[in-house]
Design a protein around this ligand. Structure first.
Ligand code: EPU
Length: 417
């Protein structure tokens, strides 16, 4: 496994390009299963998770071709509707094939994802919604076994606005008979991106991006060509790096519309945020101010930015209170940040961060993607050398993060452990 070695203390300056969004690309690639022709996707990021979903689509019988950042998928040969434990264990988002497999083949066998580092992460709401569409759902030997004679539209009220749950149900409902109304649906930009792709394939969807999505089933979809939206979390991570190091970074190829809550908190912390057309320039202040953060579903402050903001707060003046309301165990970075000298106290889902004058480099590691990103950020501002181990998790969601930081002036490299 690789490790990333950072020598902290340099303000980062320059321009960084943002890739396509992992969490938009995953459901969109899965949606190729709904048709029997060549779907084409552009701006697909080069990530481990993307390789995992491509492997899964191929195992299901789809043809997958990649050419740089473009990927083509043809599911004409869809034959074996099973997502194995081996694949789902590697990437929970594999569960996104459940909806499209049921829609297209009327059956699916998908390993039930277990908990992961950040929480138990059940999929009960995916399953409840699919059952309301007429699927017969059984849990056998650690697998979800789903089958349906026909899928029929229905009214589905989600207890919480689950992102992948909304995506699975959208994909199951597009070819169901009649109308489906999804209430308390997730409103993330990735949901809108999936709905736009499905619409380009001939689906009839209204309200994506709001809490109520209405889907009129159509008998068949056709292939489409789609560009993956920019990754708002990758963009936000570089913006925090600018604020944290007192730098000046222009983040290009991003969608500022998706980053309102992050801008608000960066400005409160004292950073200047200058929003342009598909680009944002962030200038770090001399002194960072403490701000309070509460993670909530979109358009609130994203849980996927919480760990990165905690690093920012760990060197800000004063006390900040960070509440994590989405996942029950998403403070795994705290013990590692403490090793770097951060002063953080956790009580339940709240972390109290008292800013310190500086962090000091040390070996650290994390078992979650965003937690790992936060440790690289901490390394960029810490005195001395920080080694971030087990970067496997980083590679799941950030493409060449060390190269991008190096281009901005960081002293950072990757080595084999
Ligand atoms: N939940 C349930 N039952 C369900 C589904 C969800 O109780 O059936 C609960 C979860 O336990 C959690 C909350 O609902 O407390 C929200 O979870 P959600 O289902 O929205 O999360 P997800 O769909 O599994 C996606 C992203 C995550 C991101 C969350 C929240 C993808 C592939 N993953 O996960 O991304 O943190 O939404 O925004 O889209 C990441 O990229 O690092 C990452 C973890």
């Amino acid at each position: 496994m690789d490790k990333i070695i950072v020598e902290g203390g340099r303000p980062l300056r320059g321009r960084v390009e943002i890739n396509g969004a992992k969490n938009a690309a995953l459901p969109i690639l899965a949606s190729a299963l709904l048709t029997d022709g060549w779907n084409t996707y552009h701006n697909v990021p080069g990530l481990k998770d993307i390789e995992s979903i491509k492997d899964l689509l191929a195992q299901l019988g789809a043809a997958v071709e990649s050419n740089g950042r473009s990927v083509r998928v043809n599911a004409a040969g869809l034959c074996c509707p099973e997502a194995s434990y081996e694949l789902v264990r590697k990437m929970r988002a594999s569960v996104l094939v459940l909806g499209p497999l049921l829609a297209r083949l009327k059956k699916a066998r998908v390993s039930l994802p277990g908990g992961c580092a950040i929480g138990a992460r059940p999929i009960n709401l995916h399953l409840k919604g699919l059952a309301l569409l007429g699927a017969d759902i059984k849990l056998e030997h650690g697998y979800v076994e789903a089958s349906a004679g026909v899928l029929k539209g229905n009214e589905i009220d989600l207890d919480v606005p689950t992102v992948t749950g909304t995506e699975n149900l959208l994909m199951a409902a597009v070819m169901a008979e009649g109308r489906t109304v999804l209430r308390n649906a997730a409103r993330e930009p990735e949901i809108v991106a999936l709905a736009e792709t499905l619409k380009a394939m001939g689906a009839d969807i209204q309200g994506a991006g709001t809490a109520v999505i209405t889907i009129e089933g159509v008998p068949k979809l056709h292939p489409a060509e789609t560009r993956i939206i920019p990754d708002r979390i990758e963009a936000g991570t570089f913006m925090v790096a600018a604020a944290l190091t007192g730098g000046d970074i222009e983040v290009v190829n991003c969608d500022p519309e998706h980053l309102g809550a992050v801008f608000h908190k960066l400005r409160q912390a004292g950073a200047q945020v200058r929003v342009g057309d598909g680009a944002v320039r962030v200038l770090g202040p001399e002194t960072l101010h403490s701000v309070d953060i509460k993670t909530t579903p979109y358009p609130g402050f994203p849980t996927d930015m919480q760990a990165q903001f905690m690093v920012l707060m760990s060197v800000a003046g004063g006390l900040s209170v960070i509440s994590e309301t989405i996942f029950e165990n998403r403070f795994i970075h705290v013990s590692e940040l403490r090793r770097l000298g951060a002063d953080v106290m956790v009580s339940g889902n709240t972390a109290m961060v008292r800013g310190v004058s500086h962090l000091s480099g040390a070996p650290v590691m994390a078992t979650d993607l965003r937690a790992s990103a936060s440790l690289v950020l901490a390394g960029l501002v810490a005195r001395g050398v920080t080694e971030v181990r087990r970067v496997y998790h980083l590679d799941r969601g950030y493409e060449a993060i060390e190269k991008k930081f190096a281009q901005l002036g960081a002293v950072i490299r990757r080595e084999k452990e």
